[in-house]
Write a protein that binds this ligand. Structure first.
Ligand SMILES: [Zn+2]
Ligand SMILES: [Zn+2]
Length: 419
C-alpha cells in the first residue's frame, strides 16, 4: 500500500520554515495594532453567490478557479478564493456600519484557488489582508498604503516597488471606457486572443495583459488619468500629497486597473524583484460600490489590500535566522526527572524555550542537544538536586559552569538577545 501524500498544489509548512511564517505574521499583527486594526475571522467556506457577486462572474477566479460543491441541502458552497467579499458580508450582516468611525479589520489565513501549480503558487495559499471601511477620505487611502509599506519593511523585505493609480468613478470611467473601446476597435486584431475577447467583454482587462508582443500597443492606449472627473482627480492628488508628506516613494502607472465595476479611485500594487515575472507581493484598492453589489442598503466605502504570504515568506526567507531552543535539559535518575519538571516550568514561565531529554544516557542527550542547536545544556543528577547547584553548558563555546537555581534564568536569558 502506498502512503497517502499531500494533495497536488498543497504543501506542508515544516520547521524551520514555519518560524519565518510566524515571524512575518507577528510583525503584521504588531503593525496592524499600531494602526488600530483588529482581527476578523470569517468562515473558510461561504455560499458561492457571495464570490460570484463580490469577486465578479467575469474573472478567472470565479470562472475557472473556485472549489465549489453542492452541499447535501443543495446549497452551492465554495472555499473562499479571497477574503474581501467575506469581510464585507460580515460587515453588512452584523451591521458594523452602525459603529461610529472607520472600521479597520485585518485577517490572516488560507485561501483556495484551483490554479495550475507552479513555483510559488499553491492551491491552498495564504493571505494577510486588511480592510478600512466607512470613509471615502484620501487620508484613509494614504494611511493604508503607509501601513503596508511599514509592514513589508519590518518583515525585512528590501527593494520593493510601490505602484499607484486611480481608476476613477462610475461616471468618469464611462468616458474613459468609450475612448478605450474606440481605440481598441482599431488595434484589437493585432493583439493576443485573450485581448481580442476582452476588447469587447471587459476592455479594462486588456491593460492587464502580460504578453510581451502586446505591450507597445497597450501602452499607446488612452490613459484613465486623462479622463478623471474633478472629484476623482482631487482625490488622487490628495492621496499623492499625503504619500509625499510621509516620504513614501511610488510610481504612478495608469495601466494599473481593476476590471470590476465597484473598484474605484485608488488602486495600488507592490512588486519585488526576487519574484521574477510573477513579482507582485500585494495588491489593493478602493471598492466603494462593493457593499451595494452584495445587497447592502447602506453605502460602505472602503479600501483594502491582500498580501500573498507565500510569496512574502519566499522573499524574506534569505535572511531568516535558524530558530533554536534556549536550553536542553538532560537528567540522570528519577529524582532528577521530577526536579527537572519544576525547573522547566520555572524557566518557561520566564519566556525561555526548554526541551527535555528523553534519553537516560548523558552522552546521547548532549549529542541531541548539539544537533537541535540548543544554546545551553543543563545537566541535572542526584548531586545537583541535593545541592541546588547545576552544571550549565554553553554549547557553542563548549564551556561548563556551575549556577544556582536563582541565577539560572538570568544566565540563560543573557545568552539570547531576543529574550
Ligand atoms: Zn470620477
Ligand atoms: Zn494580450
Amino acid at each position: 500500500m502506498n502512503p497517502v501524500k499531500a494533495v497536488k498544489g498543497t504543501r506542508d509548512i515544516l520547521p524551520p520554515d514555519s518560524a519565518v511564517w510566524n515571524k512575518v505574521e507577528a510583525v503584521a499583527r504588531e503593525v496592524f495594532r499600531t494602526f488600530n486594526y483588529q482581527e476578523i475571522r470569517t468562515p473558510i467556506f461561504e455560499e458561492t453567490a457571495l464570490f460570484a457577486r463580490g469577486v465578479g462572474e467575469d474573472t478567472d477566479i470565479v470562472g475557472k478557479e473556485m472549489y465549489t460543491w453542492t452541499d447535501k441541502d443543495e446549497t452551492s458552497l465554495t472555499l473562499r478564493p479571497e477574503n474581501t467579499a467575506s469581510v464585507m458580508r460580515a460587515f453588512i450582516e452584523h451591521r458594523l456600519d452602525q459603529i461610529p468611525g472607520v472600521k479597520k479589520l485585518y485577517y490572516i489565513g488560507p485561501m483556495f484557488r484551483r490554479e495550475r501549480p507552479q513555483k510559488g503558487r499553491y492551491r491552498q495559499f495564504y493571505q494577510i489582508g486588511a480592510e478600512a471601511i466607512g470613509s471615502e477620505s484620501p487620508i484613509v487611502d494614504a494611511e493604508v498604503i503607509e501601513m503596508v509599506v511599514d509592514l513589508l519593511r519590518l518583515t525585512g523585505l528590501e527593494g520593493f516597488h510601490l505602484i499607484i493609480n486611480s481608476v476613477g468613478c462610475g461616471s468618469c470611467r464611462l468616458a474613459f471606457l468609450a475612448a478605450l473601446r474606440e481605440k481598441l476597435a482599431g488595434v484589437a486584431s493585432t493583439l493576443c486572443t485573450d485581448c481580442q475577447r476582452r476588447a469587447t467583454t471587459n476592455p479594462l482587462r486588456v491593460l492587464d495583459c502580460k504578453i510581451p508582443e502586446d505591450q507597445d500597443t497597450i501602452n499607446a492606449l488612452p490613459s484613465i488619468l486623462d479622463h478623471l472627473c474633478q472629484a476623482c482627480s482631487d482625490h488622487f492628488t490628495a492621496v499623492r500629497a499625503h504619500l509625499d508628506n510621509r516620504n513614501i516613494a511610488y510610481e504612478v502607472r495608469p495601466r494599473l486597473v481593476r476590471g470590476l465595476d465597484y473598484y474605484m479611485r485608488t488602486t495600488f500594487e507592490i512588486t519585488h524583484g526576487s519574484l521574477g515575472a510573477q513579482n507582485s507581493v500585494l495588491g489593493g484598492g478602493r471598492y466603494d460600490g462593493l457593499a451595494e453589489s452584495l445587497g447592502s442598503r447602506v453605502a460602505a466605502p472602503g479600501i483594502g489590500f491582500s498580501i500573498g504570504e507565500d510569496r512574502l515568506v519566499m522573499s524574506v526567507q534569505g535572511d531568516q535566522q535558524q530558530n533554536t531552543v534556549d536550553v536542553f535539559v538532560a537528567t540522570m535518575g528519577d529524582a532528577a526527572d521530577m526536579h527537572a519538571g519544576e525547573l522547566c516550568a520555572e524557566l518557561r514561565a520566564q519566556g525561555i524555550s526548554v526541551e527535555r531529554s528523553t534519553d537516560k544516557k548523558l552522552k546521547r542527550a548532549l549529542e541531541v542537544a548539539s544537533k537541535t542547536g540548543a544554546r545551553y545544556a543543563l545537566i541535572i543528577g542526584d548531586d545537583e538536586v541535593s545541592t541546588g547547584s547545576y552544571s550549565l553548558k554553553d554549547m557553542a563555546k563548549q564551556e561548563q559552569t556551575k549556577v544556582t537555581r536563582s541565577e539560572l534564568a538570568g544566565r540563560i536569558r543573557a545568552g539570547n538577545p531576543k529574550l
